[in-house]
Design a protein around this ligand. Sequence first.
Ligand SMILES: [Zn+2]
Length: 249
Amino acid sequence: MIGVGQAAAWTFGGRSINEFSKHGNHEQSSATWFDGKLFRVLPAAFAGELSMELSLSLITIHATVQAARRWARTTCCAWCAIASLEHRFVVLHHAARSLEMLSGRPHLLGAKSTEHLRDLMTDVHVSTVVTQPYRRLRNGWFHLGLADIAHQLPSDSDILTPISLYAGVDPLELDAFVDLDLDAVADGMNTWLLDPAKDGNTIFDHLRQVAIQKVVDTHAPSSSASGLVIGSLHRAGTAMYSGASSICT
Ligand SMILES: [Zn+2]
């Protein structure tokens, strides 16, 4: 996982693209794929209480959080490790902020969903990241620039300096906090997602596991593997994957 800051450093540093491509997370770990029909899967998700649009939005947030937990980390160099932390922090903040905004719209939720969302937002980790000082860190570090702390920035500032100036923690503390918080969001959303509908069915009663090689063989043997999987799963209706151990067990 390579961040914008990393790309800029390489660009302005005059490094070659070949050298650039060696960095980042090249982990080839497997993902477990499922497919099913949207009109069957979505009514069984989130206790069967949400609209199709809201269910799809929450599944997207959930998948983004799981992907960040699993793949947005690398040890190739300090720059990439920092870029990975930035990415995980932004994903976490936006996911938690989205859930917070949804909690202010109870008319969109049923009784069980209200309870799940309340549990999520009262989790000390999830509720903390949407408040100060982490909100200031997100805004300053990634959105509004550092003008408000310009007078505090030492001459040898780097991309890590705003962490302590905004949030009052060192990068290792932030890293640990972000991982704990991503776990809390993922686990809470997972529990909510898998709450069965009134008929007792969960999404997995309407999904079947797909071997990627089997999809390749069945649907488009002459295409490249990556394009194939996407095309086939779209035809099937929907696709989900296990970005981490807790999502699909
Ligand atoms: Zn690197």
